[in-house]
Design a binder for this molecule. Structure first.
Ligand code: GPQ
Length: 819
């Protein structure tokens, strides 16, 4: 497969040489951190030739290229993944052994690249891995945030956010590309000039500008010599304190420009599924979009003279609405800089741009106040106004008198610029991220658009890369699978179906259980080291790891733990399978109720973990700083995967897929991609409960749910809820969890209560949990079901997802790279 031969001896020399060059030390004297840097540079040397060869090949073939535009790329660590993908794990492990170092320890020295919040950013990272591994030309385009997603510390049970200074030791893999710097303009005003032929020219004046400088990061394909590029933009001031500005008395402007450059890429906004509407965020969006589009157009023009044919060679995928200014920015470049007519420009733009929607939650939809938008991006705003004017005209033409349609589909309405509407209007493709989610978009959220332009709508069910989440994250299971069925699954996950043959075999079940046990021991050690909690590896590992959000219902999980604990207090001999409830979640820094839920989980953990009377039957662990690197350990060790969002709210979910791939069974609602997981593995190998999406939506429409009825009629639930406000878990401050109590029941009649139907689904959830308990006792059944989960995970590879994007949206040219 791979063209090159890994040269161990040379690699070893290079590592030692790097330590010497970088740190003036011998390898014996080097610290693990220094060895990490030295190894990373040596790996980069291997990669760099493939990287050059790949791009030479793309040029030669003049291949159609994807630009995946995303505010977030949650890459995790690079070294281990790169070593896997150049297929040199064994050799490099041996080299390090010989040098007296453990590869795992060296990998642990690297910071995660946490340039994302959660699923949306991780999806982008998985797509890049699949694109490179399948040999397709693609750039990830994003921002080189100085600070990524905050690191989470738990202090006294509360989340504390610590800045993520991930670049402090430098990044050995990145390459600064000064030569591709671009100028980005903000603010000022637009002057219109009419030339002798009567054509208007739009000139932005009195603006502030920043220089965008791209850094390239290699994205290594698996064993195919392909190395793609994640291009992340840094901001720099434009000729600092230039004398002109001083001369004109524009000292303030010069200082402001310098500040703008400093602040714009400073930090990733920590919100997930929530739009905060901050001016700086819009600046970030336009900054990286203008830079990326300029680069794409520039690259095209270097080879081609006719920009009308741009869609033959370039496609932009908008990862949610965050990059939607790409649409008017490309219009601006074509019209203002390239002399296109409006119609010609629009024809090009609407053939180049495609939009992915990731959520139906109203609070995540971006809407910018006109005042802000037009002040920051005056020319872009003019273009959006014109797009809107023409679009509304068309709506009125198709639907005479359809003012309701105008209202729902207008891009500018009610003093706001609605980015989702702009994205739909300016794209040739609109996709959701799971079948159910796409149906909800068509039937509800984007219903009028679907009615008007049904051809744009399509589904692309998410996927994950098996190379990181099985091959890298779970070596034992990966080796076992390969031993049974060969290694095709690494590049063709549906092959893993062959494992089903072994699911019923007793010996195989034993081997599988043993691997799970080893992985649980690894996680137990991690938890002991990082949380100081002792966990019984023989207990059932019940895992909910994902962003903390009310709709994901970590609250339902912990309320249920409180309920179980009450049962155990009443009857310490109650017959139940010992369980460890494992949570991992970051809450947006400003999301009060989410942060309070973390405190609740930790308070419940404190009480339960320190109560000897329940004989260790339940333990609760909150894993600090859940991130890509420790996620790999957690997935490998999980028995049960909690996917319990309020039906209709989770776009897709992807931890559901990663956990399935690692042999965890799902307890979940019929939401997002859970629906498709159950379709693949069979309902009998999962624990499905609760309201359906239709029921949830009907209940909301009819407004006929009153959680107080449940509170009044179900004494077990009432007891749990009372414990939120009677000091059971906060003796020093009984009011501590009052806001959670109120969110469920609410008392002040204006607010909604239990928006996410925790109480309504509680009994069904409890029942499903007892089915889990019962099923887990049957070791053979559980092992078989777990193996069947692995065996039926084939659909959920991001290779499949990317293949569908390529065939149905991107139409990229495949490239072979030989060295
Ligand atoms: N998602 Cl809108 C995010 O992670 N952040 C966001 O801001 C939005 C969506 C998630 C979504 O909640 C999950 O259901 C998806 O699996 C994931 O995007 C990838 O599509």
């Amino acid at each position: 497969m791979s063209g090159y031969q890994f040269n161990k001896k040379q690699f070893k020399q290079e590592v030692a040489g790097n330590v010497k060059k970088l740190y003036r030390r011998t390898i014996e004297e080097a610290s693990p951190k220094q060895v990490f840097q030295a190894v990373a540079y040596a790996v980069k040397d291997v990669i760099i030739d493939e990287w050059i060869a790949t791009h030479r090949e793309y040029e030669k073939q003049d291949a159609k290229t994807l630009y995946y535009l995303s505010m977030e790329f949650l890459m995790g660590r690079a070294l281990g993944n790169n070593i896997i993908n150049i297929r040199a794990v064994k050799e490099i492990r041996e080299v390090l052994d010989e040098l007296g170092f453990d590869l795992n320890v060296i990998e642990d020295q690297e910071s995660d690249y946490a340039l994302g919040n959660g699923g949306l950013g991780r999806l982008a990272a998985c797509f890049l891995d699949s694109l490179a591994s399948m040999g397709y030309p693609a750039y990830g385009c994003g921002i080189r945030y100085k600070y990524g997603l905050f690191k989470q510390k738990i202090e006294n049970g509360y989340q504390v956010e610590i800045p993520d200074n991930w670049l402090k030791d430098g990044n050995p893999f990145e390459v600064r590309r000064e030569e591709y710097a671009a100028l980005i303009k903000f603010g000022g005003n637009v002057r219109v000039e009419c030339d002798s032929s009567g054509r208007n020219h739009f000139i932005q004046e009195n603006y502030q500008s920043v220089r965008a400088v791209p850094y390239d990061l290699p994205v290594v394909g698996y064993g195919n010599n392909v190395v793609n590029t994640l291009m992340v933009w840094d901001a720099e001031p434009v000729d600092t304190f230039n004398l002109d500005a001083f001369d004109k008395g524009e000292y303030n402007n010069a200082v402001e420009q310098e500040n703008l450059a400093k602040t714009i890429v400073e930090v990733l906004y920590p919100n997930d599924n929530h739009y905060a509407g901050k001016e700086l965020r819009l600046k970030q969006q336009y900054f990286f979009i203008s830079a990326s589009i300029q680069r794409a157009v520039g690259k095209y023009k270097a080879k081609h003279s006719d920009l009308h044919k741009l869609p033959d060679k370039v496609v932009f995928q908008l990862n949610d609405t965050h990059p939607t200014v790409a649409i008017p920015e490309l219009m601006r470049i074509l019209i203002d800089e390239e002399g296109f007519s409006w119609d010609d420009a629009w024809a090009v733009v609407t053939k180049c741009c495609a939009y992915t929607n990731h959520t139906v939650m109203a609070e995540a939809l971006e809407k910018w106040p006109i005042e802000l938008f037009s002040r920051l991006l005056p020319r872009i705003y003019q273009i959006v106004e014109e797009i809107n004017r023409r679009f509304v005209e068309e709506v009125r033409r198709i639907y005479p008198g359809g003012e309701d349609k105008v209202r729902s589909m207008s891009i500018i309405y009610d003093g706001q610029v609605k980015m989702a509407n702009l994205a739909v209007v300016g794209s040739f493709s609109v996709n959701g991220v799971a079948a159910l989610h796409t149906e909800i978009l068509k039937k509800r959220v984007l219903k009028d658009f679907y009615g008007m332009m049904p051809w744009k709508f399509n589904n692309k069910t998410n996927g994950i890369t098996q190379r990181r989440f099985l091959l890298h994250g779970n070596e034992l299971l990966a080796d076992w699978v390969t031993g049974k069925i060969g290694d095709e699954w690494i590049t063709d996950l549906p092959y893993i179906k062959k494992l089903a043959l072994f699911a019923g075999d007793e010996k195989c079940q034993q081997e599988f259980r043993n691997i799970k046990y080893q992985n649980k021991l690894r996680l137990v050690r991690y938890i002991k080291e990082n949380n100081g909690i002792d966990v019984d590896p023989r207990s059932l590992f019940d895992v909910q790891v994902k962003r903390l959000h009310e709709y994901k219902r970590q609250l339902l999980n912990i309320l249920h733990v409180m309920y179980l604990y009450n049962m155990l207090k009443d009857d310490p001999d109650m017959d139940m399978v010992p369980r460890t409830f494992i949570f991992g979640a970051k809450a947006a820094a400003g999301y009060r109720i989410a942060k309070l839920t973390i405190k609740l989980i930790n308070s419940v953990a404190d009480v339960i973990n320190n109560d000897p009377s329940i004989k260790g039957k339940i333990k609760v662990v909150f894993i600090e700083d859940y991130r890509v690197s420790n996620a790999e350990l957690i997935y490998a060790a999980a028995d049960l995967s909690e996917q319990i969002s309020t039906a209709s709210r989770e776009g897709s979910g992807t931890s559901n897929m990663k956990l399935m791939l690692n042999g965890a069974l799902t307890i979940g609602t019929m939401d997002g991609a859970n629906v498709e997981i159950v379709e693949e593995v069979g309902r009998e190998n999962a624990f499905i409960f609760g309201m359906s999406a239709d029921e949830v939506i009907a209940c909301e429409t009819n407004n006929d749910y009153n959680p107080m009825d449940i509170f009044n009629n179900d004494q077990d639930i009432r007891r749990v809820l009372m414990q939120l406000i009677n000091g059971s878990y906060a003796p020093e401050n009984p009011e501590l969890f009052r806001d959670i109590y109120n969110s469920l029941l609410n008392t002040r009649s204006t607010d909604k209560a239990d928006t996410y139907f925790n109480l309504k689904d509680f009994r069904a959830y409890d029942e499903a949990q007892w089915q889990v308990d019962k099923a887990y006792r049957d070791e053979a059944w559980w092992a078989e079901a777990a193996i069947l989960n692995v065996a039926n995970s084939g659909k959920f590879s991001s290779d499949r997802t990317v293949r569908q994007y390529i065939d149905e949206i991107w139409h990229l040219d495949k490239v072979e790279v030989s060295l």
